[in-house]
Design a protein around this ligand. Structure first.
Ligand code: GTP
Length: 702
């Protein structure tokens, strides 16, 4: 677990309900409620059996609404506030009436839609704004319909039971496993979480993983079943999964579980009262010296780096002189404010609040905004204990990136640095390729993360790049016990390297994958996992027909689209979650693509010996398709050291275009030469063979 677990804010006395059994994040096998097949099937008259037997005749969701829930079931949208009203109301709210919470769920279960409804309901946005996914701000998020970056918003809510104002700070988190770091970081600013589950899909792999992450952080949890409007909704089954699977305090008739349709708005009025009651308020004293945690940051062209902060103690206001514990740098606060949902300046941020801060003069250097850093006011460095910070997210997938035109290197470097500031989980290093020139080696949390980065670069900065195939790192423990972790496949030793042949051991990274799927697809999924060199850890039957399968899988299988294959084999029903499981000894070799005997370093890969023949053949066939013919014969080979695995030959050109022109046709000749000159800028040579950049792009594209 992240260092955040030991933050003051999380070690508070628990005012809220906690699950009854302790277990670690992602340790599905150890979950109290998810029973093993043998246990499950040997039990008689368990709630699980009752549930499966009633699957075909689900009760109407309304019948499951608790008495309390029914009381607040009709949404009464609260009016939108002016800046003055907002500030006055916020000032009058004491910390006991703050609630900081995030929404966590499996991908596509409706987090962003529910966030929109809550923003509307509290008058933070106009209801007429409709289904806009207000918190999915990035183009790539709207285009792909996924949340990539955790987004936050403050809301004010008058709780009908006591007629008092409450201030909520909501975080909409990403569902996809690649963006897990965003979710865990979000927990640092929250005391509670809404665990959202789709009423037709039920509990899925990321529901389980997110639950345990939130649980390990000691967050107060509010189970919410969404999409109850769907004809395929089976509310009773899902409520029962939450009750028995996670031992959440959900009664047999659904008490304690909020039922909503984020799409139609039904039941939305029940969500916030549940948050008030089950999420504890933050603990903090606004009269103590400032203790402020940097949760996120982004770059603004006019203001410099903007910081999203959680104030744990004290207050912060414009003009304050602050110091960073991580860098020792001092700054003067220029503005503080809240996201509502756009930035709204405030006179101060107080203990318990989450908001933004930027400095005047602005923080310019990207590297100075260290996520997890603590700030205090100058002079209080000795009395304030800084937080331990966050564990750096570990990249699992590496690619090399190059500009399509080397003249754009400087501009592209700036764009990449800006994106990296807004996405802390990307690692960046300079790189160089014989074939593609100067570029960068980038580390990502997964393949989706990598492709989203590429999209953002194009959409937000108008930059095109050539990206090499994603590769996972490998580790070599040499005879003398020294270790090398290799992220650039071109640096992996050739098979005949004497150091490799004398006492060195090679390792590849592995993950513990958790798959959920309907039982009927079990055989096919096991076949796929075995073909991906997986070793089975456990099979558990959850709720009769649903299976939870755990496998130790090479991380490279995820890069090779194992998830896509699983989806294909299960009509889209399989879900996958994974966590890093360290290294496993493996038979890895370096596979080169040779063009007229010269290796194309940008294409080199480190692969398992079992993949060499298949990949080698595929490479030479594909490369031949994309490379232009030359004036001489070009031999394309896939080679493992000196052993040639596959070969193709590209026949030479016979025509000289210029030779065909008439000597007096000067303007045409000039035009052709100009065009050739322009074209040469985009060419790279490998040995004596010139290759257009677009050929690389096409070859490297999936
Ligand atoms: N019928 C129905 N559809 C819903 C409901 N809530 C969300 N949806 C739809 O479900 C899809 C996914 O919703 P999102 O809100 O983007 O889901 P998400 O959990 O934020 O997705 P990620 O951030 O990518 O994990 C969208 O097409 C929504 O319109 C609901 O209550 N009923």
């Amino acid at each position: 677990m992240r260092g955040a677990k030991s933050l003051d804010g999380f070690m508070r006395p628990c005012l809220h309900w906690r699950p009854q059994r302790l277990c670690t994040a992602g340790s599905i096998g150890g979950i109290g409620g998810i029973r093993s097949a043998s246990r499950l099937r040997s039990t008689t008259a368990t709630p699980l059996q009752w549930s499966t037997s009633t699957l075909s005749t689900p009760r109407r969701p309304d019948a499951l609404l608790s008495r309390h829930a029914r009381r607040y079931a009709t949404p009464k949208v609260q009016p939108k506030l002016t800046q003055d009203e907002l500030e006055k109301r916020i000032e009058a709210i004491p910390i006991e009436r703050y609630r900081n919470f995030c929404i966590v769920a499996h991908i596509d279960h409706g987090k962003s839609t529910l966030s929109d409804r809550l923003l509307e309901y509290t008058g933070t946005i106009n209801a007429s704004d409709g289904n806009k996914q207000i918190l999915d701000k990035l183009d790539v998020e709207r285009e792909r319909g996924i949340t990539v970056k955790a987004q936050t918003c403050t809301m004010l809510y008058r709780y009908p039971k006591d007629g008092k104002d409450y201030m909520f700070h909501l975080v909409d988190t990403p569902g996809h496993v690649d963006f897990r770091a965003e979710v865990t970081r979000s927990y640092a600013s929250c005391e509670g979480a809404i665990l959202l589950v789709d009423a037709s899909q039920g509990v899925q792999a990321q529901t389980v993983a997110n639950f345990y992450l939130a649980f390990a952080q000691n967050l107060g949890m509010v189970p919410v079943v969404n999409k109850i409007d769907l004809p395929s909704a089976d509310v009773e089954r899902v409520v029962d999964q939450l009750r028995t699977g996670f031992e959440l305090p959900v009664g047999e008739n659904g008490e304690g579980c909020v039922l909503v349709s984020a799409k139609t708005g039904k039941g939305i009025g029940d969500v916030l009262p549940a948050v008030v009651e089950r999420v504890p308020p933050p603990v903090g004293d606004m009269n103590k010296p400032l203790k402020m945690l940097l949760v996120d940051s982004w770059y603004d062209n006019f203001r410099g780096v903007v910081l999203l902060v959680r104030v744990f103690e004290g207050t912060v206001k414009p003009g304050d002189a602050l110091v960073s514990f991580a860098t020792g740098n001092k700054y003067t606060v220029g503005e503080v404010g809240i996201q509502y949902p756009d930035q709204k300046p405030q006179t101060k941020l107080r203990a318990g609040q989450v908001g933004y801060v930027f400095f005047n003069p602005g923080m310019k250097r990207i590297q100075d905004a260290k996520i997890g850093d603590t700030f205090t006011t100058v002079g209080n460095e000795k009395v304030v204990e800084p937080y331990p910070g966050f564990e750096e997210p570990k990249p699992m997938v590496f690619v090399a990136a190059f500009p399509t035109d080397q003249d754009h290197y400087g501009k592209l470097a700036d764009s990449i640095s800006q994106l990296v500031l807004n996405d802390r989980s990307v690692t960046l290093q300079k790189d160089h390729s014989e074939a593609l020139g100067a570029g960068w080696r980038l580390g990502f949390l997964g393949s989706l993360h990598c492709s989203v980065f590429q999209d953002r670069l194009r959409q937000e900065h108008g930059e095109e790049i050539i990206i090499t195939e994603p590769a996972v790192p490998s580790k070599i423990v040499w005879q003398d016990g020294k270790e090398s972790v290799i992220t650039n496949p071109a640096e992996f030793p050739e098979p005949d390297d004497h150091r490799l042949r004398h006492g060195a051991t090679v390792y590849e990274p592995v993950v513990t994958a958790t798959l959920t799927l309907p039982e009927e697809y079990l055989g096919r999924v096991i076949e796929l996992c075995e073909a991906a060199r997986g070793s089975q850890i456990s099979i558990e039957f959850f709720h009769g027909t649903q299976v939870i399968l755990k496998y130790l899988l090479p991380t490279s299988s995820l890069v090779d689209d194992l998830f896509g294959k699983l989806k294909g084999a299960t009509k889209g029903y399989a879900t996958l979650d994974y966590e890093d499981a360290g290294w496993r000894e493996s038979q890895l070799v370096k596979l080169n693509l040779l063009v007229n005997k010269v290796a194309v370093d940008a294409i080199t890969r480190v692969v398992h010996t079992s993949q060499v023949e298949r990949l080698g053949r595929a490479w030479v066939t594909k490369f031949k398709e994309h490379v232009d013919r030359q004036m001489f014969e070009v031999v394309i080979q896939a080679a493992m050291g000196r052993r040639i695995v596959a070969r193709e030959t590209l026949k030479p050109f016979r025509k000289d275009v210029l030779a065909k022109l008439h000597a007096s046709d000067i303007s045409r000749r000039k035009k052709l030469l100009e065009r050739q000159k322009e074209g040469r800028k985009r060419l790279r040579s490998v040995g004596n063979v010139v290759i257009d950049h677009s050929s690389f792009q096409k070859f490297l594209a999936k």
